[in-house]
Each structure stands twice: as structure tokens, then as C-alpha cells.
Design a protein around this ligand. Structure first.
Ligand code: CMC
Length: 442
């Protein structure tokens, strides 16, 4: 394999030679370079030329697409969007500005930002008929069940933005989704607690408006705590996009069939719902409930270390980040700010979380395995402190990730070689056999 680097996306000069030890034949597979991270071996012609597929369940070694949105370096603990470090975005930017960046590729100039803000706020209300969808659900429905249904149903309301080949319609759908997700999420919450829906307030920022729709009631004035609004905005920024994770890949696969964007995002929400993906911050709170009091921490840690016990310290460790989770570093700061601002440092469950964090960060088992608190550990604590029930945690993740999903979808539709996604398989069922009539089956 030659060493010259090629610019991303240009004709490769490098190749990887594949040699069969069965026939002695060799094939040169092109190598494509990335801006950052590993190069990839282009296997698109592999089947045509060799009669073999690759086998990679769970896609741990497969680049499923080209993307210019987000990059993660798990060893260095780096996450960037469009080349900007997440830590810088979280401290200097706003969620709405990050939305613009992900959707359009560049940070907006002042006038562009103002237009974008007005456009998004213009779309925050949902069609009044959408309210009827909510009323069809039981009050104890999981809010993610409601979100799957209601977001998919948006395609029945906004026919004027469903032509995926029209760039303007794609843009309007993206704006509608970013604008309406907080409204729908807040409605799901209000419905579950039996309170009236609160309409959006376009004089508030994106995150202030969301908190207002969740926690205001018609009977009295509600003033959004600016520290909570800032923490909410940071949680949204930190969850906005994360490469080709399960839900993003789901959105892309659904979109590759040319399904409309609302249907694709509903598919992403369904995938996010699983505890192995968006449900981990809920699991942190459930673990804290299970531990109960500080006295039980040593026993719990013993169980976590015991190989014969499947207990894990939820909110610790990460599949990709192996040094630290840059999102957790940012949220730890917000977590302290929120606990102080709300005066809930003495809340027993939050105190328990802080004690668990202290012990785990010093314990040899966690230190040697590089198991540090991940983003879910702190987001769970912050959301609990703000008053969200655990069932809403994944919904808030979905609100934040919508911009990532729709930006990735848009990037895919704009790719000139868009083709339906169609993985192949390693068939392990029976070989062809004749049908036996029922009276002849032995
Ligand atoms: N508690 C106790 N031990 C752990 C944990 C944990 N949370 N995570 C990993 N380990 C141990 C594991 O048993 C193994 O020990 P040993 O070497 O003695 O066999 C060692 O650490 C290495 O683990 P691994 O197998 O490399 O970890 P993984 O990449 O398979 O798992 C993980 C990553 C996130 C699934 C796991 O750390 C975990 O289950 N964490 C708790 C759940 C959680 O918080 N998930 C949210 C992740 S952030 C969400 C996002 O980015 O979207």
C-alpha cells in the first residue's frame, strides 16, 4: 500500500491488495482518505469483482456513508461538528446556532442568525388538529410512544414540504422539525401530568421556551430560571449529533427509500427509545433509586466489580470515548451550577450521585479501566433536578438529536449517488428443498 495521502473524496492513488489463499487471485481495492480519522477501503465493487460480500454485523468496521457533519476521536476525547470543538460550541454558542451550523455547514453571520431564529420561531406552533392525537393516548402512555406516533403523523399535516427532491421543501421540513419538536415534547409531558398544553412563546429563546412550555401553568406566572435555561441549551448542544450512531443510521436507511422526512425522524425516535441507546440517562436514575442510600454504595460497587454479577455502574464508560467523554466534562460544570441555583444539593438522590461519582473516580477498578462518568450520568442528574420525570429523559434527547438526524438526512439526499440502502447477509438457513404436502410429513 503506497503512503501518499489523497484529498477526501478524490480519485484514490492508494489501494489495498486482497489476495485469496484459495485461488491465488489478487484484487486492488481503492483506499479513500478522510479529513480526520482512519482511511477506508472502498469495497463497493468487491462483489462484482470477487463474488464475495463482507461480513460485519453491527457495522463495527464499516463506514456506511461519507459525511461532513460530525467527527469523534474516541482516544483523544474529541467531538467536533463541522470542524468546531464541542467544548467551544457548548461554552460560546447556542443550540440554535449549532442547528444552523449542522444544517448549513458554516456558522451564521449576524443577519443570517437573526433570519434563522425568526424562521424557527415562526414554526413553533403545531396544527391545532395535532392536539387530538394526544387526546387519543392513555395518560400513562410512555412519552416516547406518543412521540413516535405524533412526529410520524406530522407528514399528514404538512403536505407542502414533502417533496424530498425540492431543496426548498427539504429546508422547510427541517425548520419545522427543529421548531416543533420542543412543542410536541412539552405537550407529551403536559398530557402525562394532566395539565393543559402551554403554547410556545416566541419572545423566549429556544431552551427558555421549551422549559416554559413544560413547567408553566395558566394559573400563575412562571419565570424561567436562566441557569436552568443555559443548562438545557447545553444538554441540547451536547446531544445534537454523534456520527453514524444507531438512530442516525436508522434515519438514513429509512430516508434512502425516499420516505418523507417526518416518517424518517419517527423511525429515528423509535430506535433512540431503546435502553442501549437513548435510555441510559433514565437507567442512571433507576440505579440511584435501587442503591437508595449512601450506606449501600460499597455493596453496590462490590457487585459492579464482581464478574459473576451483570450489574454495571450506569453512566460510566463509553464504547467510543476511551479517555474521557468531552460532553461529560461540560455537563459536570452545568450540573454543579444547576444544583446550586435550585438549592437541591441536599436532595438525597443527587447527593448519592455525587458520592458515587467521588468514589468511582478514585477507585482502582474504574481508574485502571478508564471508566469515567459519561454524558448520561450528568444529564440524568440535571434533568431530575429541574423536575423532569425519568420517562421524559429520552424525549429530551430526541428533541436535541432531531437537528442531527435531519442534517444527516439532508446530506444524504443531496448526495448525487443516492441509492436505497440494502445490506446483504450470510445466509445460514436450509438449502433449497422440495415442499412436502402436509399428509406426507413424517
Ligand atoms: N460498570 C462497571 N464495569 C464496566 C462498565 C461499567 N459501566 N463499563 C465497562 N466496564 C468494565 C467491563 O466489565 C470490562 O471489564 P474487564 O476488562 O475486567 O472485563 C472493562 O470495563 C472494559 O469494558 P468494555 O467491554 O470495553 O466496555 P464496552 O465498550 O463494551 O462498553 C458501555 C461501553 C458504554 C456499553 C459500558 O461502559 C456500559 O455499559 N456503561 C454503562 C451504560 C451507560 O452509561 N451507557 C451510556 C453510554 S453514553 C451514551 C451515548 O454516547 O450515546
Amino acid at each position: 500500500m503506497a503512503n501518499a495521502k489523497t484529498a477526501p473524496g478524490t480519485t484514490p492513488e492508494k489501494s489495498f491488495t486482497l489476495t485469496s489463499n484459495m485461488t491465488g487471485e489478487s484484487w486492488d481495492l481503492p483506499v479513500l482518505d478522510s479529513t480526520a480519522g482512519p482511511s477506508v477501503i472502498d469495497v463497493r465493487k468487491l462483489y462484482d469483482e470477487t463474488d464475495y460480500f463482507t461480513y460485519d454485523p453491527s457495522f463495527t468496521s464499516t463506514g456506511s456513508c461519507k459525511s461532513g457533519l460530525t467527527f469523534i476521536d474516541g482516544d483523544k476525547g474529541i467531538l467536533m461538528h463541522r470542524g468546531y470543538d464541542i467544548k467551544e460550541l457548548a461554552s460560546k454558542s447556542s443550540f440554535l446556532e449549532v442547528c444552523y451550523l449542522l444544517l448549513n455547514g458554516e456558522l451564521p453571520k449576524s443577519a443570517e442568525m437573526e433570519t434563522f431564529r425568526k424562521t424557527i420561531t415562526h414554526h413553533t406552533m403545531v396544527h391545532e388538529q395535532v392536539h387530538n392525537f394526544f387526546r387519543g393516548f392513555r395518560r400513562d402512555a410512555h412519552p416516547m410512544a406518543i412521540m413516535c406516533g405524533v412526529v410520524g403523523a406530522l407528514s399528514a399535516f404538512y403536505h407542502d414540504s414533502l417533496d424530498i427532491w425540492d431543496p426548498r421543501q427539504r429546508e422547510i421540513s427541517a425548520h419545522r422539525l427543529i421548531a416543533k419538536m420542543p412543542t410536541l415534547a412539552a405537550m407529551a409531558y403536559k398530557y402525562s401530568v394532566g395539565q393543559p398544553f402551554v403554547y410556545p412563546r416566541n419572545d423566549l429563546s429556544y431552551s427558555e421556551n421549551f422549559l416554559h412550555m413544560c413547567f408553566a401553568v395558566p394559573a400563575e406566572d412562571y419565570k424561567v430560571n436562566p441557569i436552568c435555561a443555559r443548562a438545557m441549551d447545553r444538554i441540547f448542544i451536547l446531544h445534537a449529533d454523534h456520527e453514524q450512531n444507531a438512530s442516525t443510521s436508522t434515519v438514513r436507511l429509512a430516508g434512502s427509500s425516499q420516505a418523507n422526512p417526518f416518517a424518517c425522524i419517527a423511525a429515528g425516535i423509535a430506535c433512540l427509545w431503546g435502553p442501549a441507546h437513548g435510555g441510559a440517562n433514565q437507567a442512571v436514575l433507576e440505579m440511584l433509586r435501587e442503591i437508595g442510600t449512601k450506606d449501600n454504595i460499597p455493596d453496590f460497587i462490590k457487585r459492579v466489580k464482581d464478574k459473576s454479577d451483570n450489574t454495571r455502574l450506569m453512566g460510566f464508560g463509553h464504547r467510543v470515548y476511551k479517555n474521557h467523554d468531552p460532553r461529560a466534562t461540560v455537563l459536570r460544570e452545568s450540573c454543579n451550577e444547576v444544583l446550586d441555583a435550585l438549592g437541591v444539593r441536599n436532595d438525597p438522590m443527587l447527593a448519592l450521585a455525587m458520592e458515587l461519582e467521588r468514589i468511582a473516580l478514585e477507585d482502582e477498578y474504574f481508574v485502571s479501566r478508564k471508566l469515567f462518568p459519561n454524558v448520561d450520568f450528568y444529564s440524568g442528574i440535571i434533568l431530575k433536578a429541574m423536575g423532569f420525570p425519568t420517562s421524559m429523559f429520552t424525549v429530551l434527547f430526541a428533541v436535541a438529536r432531531t437537528v442531527g438526524w435531519i442534517s444527516q438526512w439532508k446530506e444524504m439526499i443531496e448526495e448525487p449517488q443516492l441509492r436505497i440502502g440494502r445490506p446483504r447477509q450470510l445466509y445460514t438457513g436450509p438449502a433449497m428443498r422440495p415442499y412436502v404436502p402436509v399428509d406426507k410429513r413424517g
